[in-house]
Ligand binder design. Structure first.
Ligand code: OAD
Length: 245
């Protein structure tokens, strides 16, 4: 494990790797103006009538649907957020054939907005929504048009965001793809995640190749990663690009 500016070491490890996978979380989007969950100014540090982790649970959704949507519209949706240097770096590297996939816990859709195609959205996306009664699909603008009330389908059913809540299972095919890619890549870059939430956090342990961590604060992976970089991830990838040019 080495801790320094890290750009040269990163470029060296990255250059030697054939298949690279990125695994990320909310910290990837803070430089786009979306707060993360567990930092000082994170969503989970703010005061609400209920603990946010309780609000984001399946049973709360069923029992307090109106309150759930109040929180959801207020704190979980950032339709105007733009991808930052980290999202763009990963999208460009995918086009070059270097990045195999991005596995993300984020629901903000910013990797796709930046141009990444192979994106495994472990916790779903605010851009996909489904009627609980008839299965009709709705986009984000439909939901935003119903801000302030419970979004309903033309059939009368509640339209639920395709976002994985606590007490719910991750999508099987998404998990299968993520596990297959992580366990077969030469290099796993882990970034912007506290690695607190399972099962997602456990996937990074399946990597058999090298592991690089880019995170502002310490994580359980610091001990075992080949390279640890404690810097803002967008800033770091900007430096990597500048170094390579
Ligand atoms: P967390 O808020 O737990 O962790 C974010 C991590 O990113 C922290 O370790 C920060 O130090 C770091 N960080 C913040 N900004 C950064 C930056 N610019 N560059 C590098 N690192 C930065 O978020 P997640 O690990 O994504 O699940 O949380 C996992 C899950 O918990 C979320 O997907 C969400 C939440 O409950 C659901 O909603 C189901």
């Amino acid at each position: 494990m080495r801790m320094d500016d890290g750009v040269a070491e990163f470029v060296s490890i990255y250059g030697k790797a054939g298949r690279v996978v990125f695994f990320g979380g909310a910290g990837v989007s803070t430089e786009s103006g979306i707060p993360d969950f567990r930092s000082e100014d994170g969503v989970y540090r703010q005061k609400y009538a209920y603990p946010p982790e309780r609000i984001l649970s399946h049973s709360f959704f069923c029992e307090n649907t109106e309150e759930f949507f109040r929180f959801y519209f207020d704190k979980m949706i950032y339709p105007d957020a733009k991808p930052n240097a980290a999202h763009f770096f990963l999208a460009e590297e995918e086009k070059k054939g270097k990045i195999v996939s991005v596995v993300t816990q984020n629901i903000d859709g910013l990797h796709r907005k930046a141009g990444s195609v192979n994106v495994r959205e472990l916790h779903g996306s605010v851009y996909r929504n489904t009627c609980m009664k008839c299965g009709a699909k709705y986009d984000l603008s439909y939901m935003l048009g119903r801000r302030g009330k419970i979004p309903r389908c033309s059939c009368g059913g509640i339209v639920k965001p395709d976002v994985v809540l606590y007490e719910e299972n991750l999508d099987g095919e998404t998990v299968e793809n993520a596990i297959e890619e992580i366990s077969s890549c030469d290099l796993l870059i882990v970034g912007g995640t506290s690695l607190n939430v399972y099962p997602a956090a456990g996937f990074v342990r399946l990597a058999k190749g090298k592991t690089v961590l880019v995170n502002k604060s310490e994580t359980p992976l610091d001990e075992i990663a080949d390279l640890v970089i404690h810097q803002p991830i967008g800033e770091f990838f900007k430096k990597v690009k500048a170094y390579e040019e």
